[in-house]
Write a protein that binds this ligand. Structure first.
Ligand code: UDP
Length: 411
């Protein structure tokens, strides 16, 4: 029987605020998945690198799991390319902390690493402890490279090499959709028998329908058609496309408004935001474009409830939690026809999928949602039905099944 799950999340902590820097969907996933396992009576420890001196070495969370901050490298945030230097130290300390758990007996402890860096750590810990290792990538270098915006640098070779190694040597690779599973097999030569699919959940008690008028009142908004963008601001997320499309929407709906929730992320996030602000100013959009900054996760439902449509023009997305959350609230989504978004958004039912990244195509799809109340009501119903597919209980049932599949049969 599985008694303990060790999550490895070296580069970012579930205690970090999602929506800025390196914190996003993976942090939300690790936090909520750990909480869901803890509710089943399983002991969950999340190991993450210590970046904040004010955080204690070991912290018990109200959600029932524990976070251990490992001192590997300077106690400050470091850019991802620098973290490779500290993988060995991080893995050594994790191994020392979990080695004793082996006494619980075979098949009782699972390692589950998140992202390629932690996958690499996980391989080292597995080698010494013998615990089975599952890895979730959350994003894949080769997939990002396939659709990166022209002019953006390609993913470093060491990332791709580490991903290949993790795929070849972990006991199970967990993909969030069938599409990601296929990417693992086709782009990395993964063994299909060790690739499993398990979509993440969303907190359906948080992301549920609410009163739009009340949400707008609380945010100080009038009744104008409202487009919403939620995400970390970096080239990958396509905020440039969203703002250009919004400019075209305003040619038809001059009082339309757009809200941007999230903050800069990655090495050129600040530059990206600055350029988009300049683009908005040049196009005369400032008055109708509201920069809401990073919002605490629990406030996100308010923004989804206040909006008429969510735009997600990401260049790649292994799942796309924001699309699932919006649909949980009953908000139709206009998204790029890539990665996990193809599964989360049902084209013509819960919103629209758009091929490519041409702003006029997104503007057309946004207008289809914003124009015509009857059709919009249909899309709202479709979004609600699509959102309800992603509860945590089902995701956790399936995850435990996957874990049992890689223990020695005593699970
Ligand atoms: N998010 C948040 N506050 C913000 C912006 C984003 O809590 O200001 C959360 C959002 O609700 C979602 C996550 O960050 O749960 C983003 O996940 P997604 O899968 O869409 O993108 P990722 O960051 O993983 O690329």
């Amino acid at each position: 029987m599985i008694r303990k799950v060790v999550f490895l999340s070296m580069h970012t902590s579930p205690l970090d605020r999602p929506g800025v820097g390196d914190a996003g969907g993976m942090n939300v996933y690790v936090d909520e998945q750990a909480a869901s396992l803890a509710r089943r009576g399983i002991e969950v420890t999340v190991f993450t690198r210590r970046t904040d001196p004010s955080r204690a070495g070991v912290m018990a969370t109200p959600a029932g799991y524990e976070v251990i901050h490992v001192e590997a490298g300077p106690v400050e945030p470091l850019p991802i390319p620098h973290l490779g230097d500290w993988v060995g130290e991080f893995a050594t300390q994790v191994t020392e902390a979990v080695l004793d758990d082996g006494h619980r007996g075979p098949g009782t402890v699972i390692l589950h690493s998140h992202y390629w860096l932690s996958g690499w750590t996980g391989l080292l810990v597995k080698q010494v402890t013998g615990f089975p290792l599952a890895n979730s990538f959350h994003t894949l270098g080769r997939v990002k490279d396939a659709t990166r915006r022209p002019g953006q640098p390609s993913e470093p070779l060491y990332r791709i090499a580490a991903e290949r190694e993790v795929i070849a040597r972990s006991d199970c690779v967990i993909a969030s959709t069938e599409h990601e599973a296929l990417e693992l097999i086709e782009r990395y030569g993964a063994d299909p028998s060790r690739v499993c699919v398990n979509p993440p959940g969303i907190d359906l008690t948080l992301f549920r329908p609410g009163d739009r008028r009340e949400a707008r009142r609380r945010l100080g908004l009038d009744d104008a058609p409202t487009v919403l963008f939620v995400g970390r601001i970096q080239a990958l997320k396509g905020l440039d496309v969203a703002v250009a499309a919004f400019g075209m929407v305003r040619d038809h709906l001059p009082d339309a408004r757009m809200m941007v929730v999230g903050g800069p992320s990655g090495p050129s996030g600040i530059e990206e935001e600055l350029e988009i602000r300049q683009l908005a100013a040049r196009s005369g959009l400032e008055r109708r474009l509201t920069w809401c900054g990073v919002q605490p996760h629990h406030r996100l439902p308010l923004y989804y409830q206040a909006a008429d449509v969510l735009i997600v023009p990401s260049r790649s997305e292994s799942f796309g939690l924001v699309a699932a959350e919006a649909q949980g609230v009953g908000l139709p989504v206009v998204a790029a026809n890539v990665g996990g978004l193809r599964y989360v958004v049902e084209d013509g039912v819960s919103g629209f999928l758009v091929d490519g990244w041409e702003p006029p195509d997104y503007a057309k799809a946004l207008l289809r949602v914003l124009d015509g109340a009857a059709y919009r009501d249909e899309l709202i119903r479709g979004a609600l039905a699509a959102g309800r597919r992603y509860g945590w209980e089902a995701a956790t049932d399936r995850l435990l099944e996957l874990y049992r599949g890689i223990t020695d049969g005593s699970g």
